[in-house]
Write a protein of this length. Structure first.
Length: 164
């Protein structure tokens, strides 16, 4: 396995914090252009948070963001996006109030109001789950635990979520 031999600075930021309290932590690595996906995964494992965002130059948008969990790359992460763009604004790297990000899932618009970042969310795509029994069994549930005649859906807005 390729080992990273350079010092990497990771900012740990809390998105959705209020008055310095609470929030959802994410790692943010600026200037990640030279990092490989293996490097990013290694860093995300060491950071140990649910997601770490890696900021690089983009040829299509203002910034390119790659998101890694400690186990794999994911297409999108809302709280890491909000944390990243708020940080970019606070650091003076982002000087305008409208921006955009490139991800493996496409482009998204970002609006900045003060130090707060707001991210465009794609409209959800819903897919009905065919094997409801397998899903319920994996959760330790039976058909009596869910409402009858209500569809079980996968909702996708960048990452997929089950609606049961």
């Amino acid at each position: 396995m390729e080992k990273l031999k350079q010092k990497i600075t990771v900012q740990i930021l809390n998105a959705f914090a209020e008055h310095g309290k609470g929030g959802n932590p994410a790692g943010v690595v600026l200037n990640a252009d030279a990092l490989t996906d293996k490097n990013k995964l290694e860093i995300a494992k060491k950071v140990g948070l649910s997601e770490t965002a890696f900021v690089s130059k983009s040829t299509t948008d203002d910034f390119k963001l790659d998101f890694f969990t400690p186990n794999k790359q994911i297409a999108h992460c809302g709280h890491a996006t909000v944390a990243t763009f708020s940080y970019l604004k606070q650091m003076g790297i982002l000087t305008k109030n409208s921006s955009s990000k490139e991800t493996i899932d496409g482009s998204r618009k970002i609006e900045i109001i003060g130090d707060l970042a707001f991210m465009e969310q794609l409209p959800p795509k819903y897919t009905e789950i065919n094997d409801k029994h397998a899903v319920l069994q994996s959760l330790g549930l039976g058909t009596a635990d869910v409402l009858p005649n209500v569809p079980m859906l996968s909702a996708h807005t960048g990452n997929s979520f089950l609606l049961i």
